[in-house]
Write a protein that binds this ligand. Structure first.
Ligand code: MV4
Length: 503
């Protein structure tokens, strides 16, 4: 096992990885930018080194400085967390060249999945369903012909893109040529590469992803799915495991497909295979594979009992997977709310300030992954994510009720956070019944009353038990919402009676 690991990240994820090292008896090294000198990850690590000024380019993205510190501190391995250098094949290769283990997949696997056309083509050859679309190396003229074959609406996506960057929907054949030009220019500006491809557009979709783990000996397992459809401008806000849209046989099927996708690139370590679920057609398609630990990994940990970060370290150290697929038996339900330093009443405007008061929730089924402390200064240099509130419950309803309780206990003074947004979601019918799709956040208007001021939210959540647990079937829409998306409790009661449920 490694003796010393460097964590090339900041914030809550750096702390998360340091905790895994601590449990494995591994010494830890943190790196930090000048404004992060007093950050929690710096205090948690055994040693910490400044790697530059606030600018990420000059600190957390600076491969040379990080490798220098790793050499100086004589670490065996580097964990990249998520974001920053986590999916940079040059960084993974630079670690290798310095004789340091990169806790993640090979540079080749990262590069193959990072190029979205290569990823599509590679997984397709392994029997993975992909959205009907175009292949590589087509001229604008040939793409236009392809567009007519695929049909409208369609999407133009940047080959070097991913995560929603460089995407465009085209509804009308007359708009295609202009959109293609604009997409190419945008891709060139953002990624230095103007290659694009086409996909049939899926108008009503859910974002569902499968966690995989693969060791160095060809053993690959999946840990079930996460539902990530509650997002805004491609930033996920709430995730849960499992998904109400996935039944047991579908779970096994998309699990097998996720394993096939990973094996197509000889994947090693933890990764996530992202699917788009076509609600109208009831079909799953591969979208992309994220070759890193994800923000939302805790919900999978809560339902499977697997410590994904500790497994990542073991895999990188050459250990065999401790689990066979049959050992993975998800239990209960987990939900994560991303707490960001954004004002949900001002269009999620990022805000700055000093945390003047802090009381984080605890109690049964509550887990907080936080970088916050009293005196912490939120700046605009980095991602606004400051904390993740994760709950577990026996049923989805219990998880929702726990989240409501934990959100109401969470007190953060001095900065505005997204907590009021989460409180309203926990009261909304669409969320409680699980009938949402990726358009959910855009459709809603935040009411601004903050936490559910009425009893109906709590009752609605209780009622969800009958759907998620007792009825054991996919969510159904009940209708009758108020303008704020909540539902009068008597309508829920009537629905439950109609379903033959207890009230
Ligand atoms: C799509 C799609 C519909 N049709 N592709 C967004 C993230 C990136 N991984 C791929 N994404 C999507 N790809 C096809 N062919 C819908 C999404 C999508 C999305 C699009 C617009 C607004 C919000 C979205 C949320 C999740 C997924």
């Amino acid at each position: 096992m490694f003796k010393k690991v460097l964590v090339a990240n900041r914030g809550e994820i750096a702390v998360r990885v340091l905790r895994a090292c601590e449990e494995r008896g591994i010494s830890t090294v943190a790196v930090f930018s000048e404004p992060d000198r007093t950050a929690l990850h710096v205090r948690y690590a055994d040693e910490a080194y400044c790697i530059g000024p606030a600018s990420s380019r000059e600190s957390y993205l600076h491969i040379g400085r990080i490798i220098d510190v790793a050499r100086r501190a004589e670490v065996d391995a580097i964990h990249p967390g998520y974001g920053f250098l986590a999916e940079n094949p040059e960084f993974a290769a630079a670690c290798q060249d310095a004789g340091i283990t990169f806790i993640g997949p090979s540079p080749e696997a990262i590069a193959k999945m990072g190029d979205k056309l290569t990823a599509r083509e590679t997984v397709r050859r392994n029997g993975v369903p992909i959205v009907p679309g175009s292949e590589r190396g087509l001229s604008d003229e040939e793409l236009r012909a392809e567009a007519l074959r695929i049909g409208f609406p369609l999407m133009i996506k940047a080959t070097a893109g991913g995560g929603g960057k460089g995407m465009r929907v085209v509804h009308d054949p007359g708009d295609f040529t202009r959109a293609l030009g604009a997409a190419r220019r945008e891709a060139l500006g953002a990624f230095g590469n103007d290659e694009v491809y086409l996909e049939k557009y899926i108008p009503v979709a859910r974002h569902i992803e499968v966690q995989v783990l693969a060791d160095q000996y060809g053993h690959t397992i999946h840990l079930g799915e996460r539902e990530c459809s509650i997002q805004r401008r491609h930033q996920k806000l709430i995730e849960e495991a499992p998904s109400v849209a996935v039944d047991e046989s579908t779970r096994q099927e998309i699990g097998r497909i996720a394993i096939a996708a990973a094996q197509a690139v000889d994947y090693v370590n933890a990764g996530t295979v992202e699917f788009i679920y076509d609600v109208a057609e009831d079909r799953f398609y591969f979208l992309e594979m994220n070759t890193r630990l994800q923000v939302e990994h805790p919900v999978t940990e809560m339902v499977t009992g697997v410590d994904i970060v500790k497994e990542q370290i073991a895999i990188a150290a050459g250990r065999r997977l401790r689990y066979r697929q049959e050992d993975i038996r998800p239990k209960g339900w987990s939900i994560e709310c991303r707490i960001t330093a954004e004002d949900p009443f001002r269009n999620f405007m990022p805000n700055t300030g000093t945390v003047t008061y802090l009381k984080e929730p605890t109690g049964p089924g509550v887990r907080v992954e936080s970088a916050l402390y009293r005196g912490y200064e939120v700046s605009l240099h980095y991602d606004p994510l400051v904390s993740k509130l994760v709950v577990w419950g026996e049923t989805r309803a219990e998880a929702i009720l726990r989240m409501r309780r934990a959100l109401s206990e969470y007190r953060i003074g001095g900065i505005k956070t997204s907590i009021p947004f989460h409180q309203e979601v926990m009261d909304s019918t669409e969320f409680i019944w699980g009938t949402f799709d990726t358009g959910y956040v855009e459709r809603r208007r935040l009411q601004g009353q903050g936490r559910g001021s009425e009893e109906h939210g709590r009752i609605a959540a209780l009622v969800a038990t009958l759907v998620a647990h007792e009825a054991g079937r996919r969510a159904v829409h009940i209708g009758g919402e108020r303008a704020d998306g909540s539902t009068p409790w008597w309508k829920l009661a009537g629905r439950v009676r109609a379903m033959g449920g207890r009230w």
